[in-house]
Every structure is written in structure tokens, then in C-alpha cells.
Write a protein that binds this ligand. Structure first.
Ligand SMILES: Cc1cc2nc3c(=O)[nH]c(=O)nc-3n(C[C@H](O)[C@H](O)[C@H](O)COP(=O)(O)O)c2cc1C
Length: 217
């Protein structure tokens, strides 16, 4: 092992802030997620709504990237993106996805597994029009995930759309909108000392009620 690798191998952190008891989580993991989210927000964690989205492409290969949680509507976790992006194609062929939150300052992780569905166009419109003008133009300017020869491509696209929409409303691009991840499993992880962490794992049963269990760390 090189000097640098042995340095990496010795990085470790012992978790000691809190415990997680399966009684405390209650029986509604969405409500408990909101409680943990509110605590993370109150703790002023930076980019608290950033979550890793893992998807699988048509060939079964996994891909992961960060997206921003924009709400929890009807029990689903919403984010916005380009439907023609690599992730958009992944979700069209495999709607099963995983989401991951890591709030390290609270020594907490939340794992969500579920099904991605496009949200109603009207809800995508409402959110799109709440975004700053620059972000709305950016959605038009960027053919997300496509190879571009250099940065001037998106900069000249941006300038062209700025001109096209000057003085008028900027409509939502038809290829841009939201997905809702409807969860089937949600797991709450609280770091504990000596790697003896707490994991409370919820599963949505066929009768639409949630069951829960404790998993070994
Ligand atoms: C903090 C952060 C937030 C991001 N939020 C979003 C987002 O909400 N939507 C989005 O499409 N991409 C977002 N991105 C960019 C994605 O990680 C990714 O680069 C992009 O969506 C293209 O992914 P794809 O080629 O796999 O489709 C974010 C990146 C970071 C680092």
C-alpha cells in the first residue's frame, strides 16, 4: 500500500451523537423522514436536500448522481431534471431506483428504494415557473448528458434562448420536468460507537401498510 493509500485506510470516525430506537420511528416512515429532514435542516446542514439517485440503464448497468429533493407529495420524493438525460433514459427502461441521503453532521443516513414516475405536467409547470430566470434559460440551453465539443455550445444556446424569449414568458421545455419516487423501502441509519450502528428498515406490504424491522449494522 502506498503512503497515500495507507493514509486513507486510517481515516475513521466513531459515531456517538445519538441512538435510534424502533419505537421512536413510529409506523409511518414518511412522517419520520420529514422529522429527520427537519432536524437536518434546523442543524443547518449544507445542501440538506441533496440526495444520490441510483438508476439502472437498459443494459442493467448502474449509474449514480446527486439531484435535489424538491418536495414530498402524496408520499413520493420529487426531483426535477431533463427527461432526455441519461437518467431520464434509465428511468424509462427501469423505473426502479434508489435514493440516498447522508447527513454526516447528525451521523445519519436514509436509504429509499422505490419506483420513479413522471409527475403531472401542471406540477412541473408550477415548479419551473418558480425558478429564477437564469435556471429556466439553462434548462433550454443544456442538452443534458449529451457530448458537446466545448462550453461555447451551451453558452451560445443560452444567448439564443435569452433572445428568443426576451420580453415574454419562458415556457417549460417539454423535455424538462419532475419525477416522483414512490417508496417501497425506507431505512434509517444512525451511527453508533464501535460500528454497532442502529438500522430501522421499513417495507411497504401488499396491503399498503408499512412493516418494520431492525437490521444488523
Ligand atoms: C449538489 C448537486 C445538485 C444537483 N441537482 C440536480 C438536480 O436537481 N437535477 C438534475 O438534473 N441534476 C442535478 N445535478 C447534476 C447531476 O448530478 C448530474 O450531473 C446531471 O443530472 C446529469 O446526470 P445524468 O447524465 O446521469 O442524467 C446536481 C448536482 C449536484 C452536485
Amino acid at each position: 500500500m502506498s503512503h497515500n493509500q495507507s493514509h486513507i485506510a486510517h481515516i475513521r470516525h466513531d459515531y456517538s451523537l445519538a441512538a435510534l430506537d424502533e419505537v421512536v420511528t413510529g409506523n409511518d416512515p414518511i412522517a419520520f423522514f420529514q422529522k429527520w429532514f427537519d432536524e437536518a435542516h434546523a442543524a443547518e446542514i449544507s445542501e440538506v436536500n441533496a440526495m444520490t439517485l441510483a438508476s439502472v440503464d437498459a443494459l442493467g448497468k448502474p449509474h449514480a448522481r446527486i439531484v435535489l429533493l424538491k418536495g414530498i407529495e402524496n408520499g413520493g420524493f420529487t426531483f426535477f431534471t431533463n427527461y432526455e438525460s441519461a437518467k431520464g433514459h434509465d428511468l424509462a427502461s427501469h423505473p426502479e431506483v434508489a435514493l440516498l441521503f447522508f447527513w454526516k453532521e447528525l451521523e445519519r443516513q436514509v436509504r429509499v428504494e422505490g419506483i420513479a414516475k413522471k409527475i403531472d405536467v401542471l406540477d412541473s409547470d408550477i415548479y419551473f415557473h418558480s425558478r429564477p430566470e437564469g435556471s429556466r434559460l439553462g434548462a433550454w440551453a443544456s442538452p443534458q448528458s449529451q457530448v458537446i465539443s466545448d462550453r461555447t455550445i451551451i453558452e451560445s444556446n443560452y444567448a439564443a434562448f435569452e433572445k428568443q424569449f426576451s420580453g415574454g414568458a419562458i415556457p417549460r421545455p417539454p423535455h424538462w420536468g419532475g419525477y416522483s419516487i414512490v417508496p417501497q423501502k425506507i431505512e434509517f441509519w444512525q451511527g453508533r460507537s464501535n460500528r454497532m450502528h442502529d438500522r430501522v428498515h421499513f417495507t411497504l406490504e401488499e396491503n399498503e401498510s408499512w412493516s418494520k424491522c431492525r437490521l444488523a449494522p
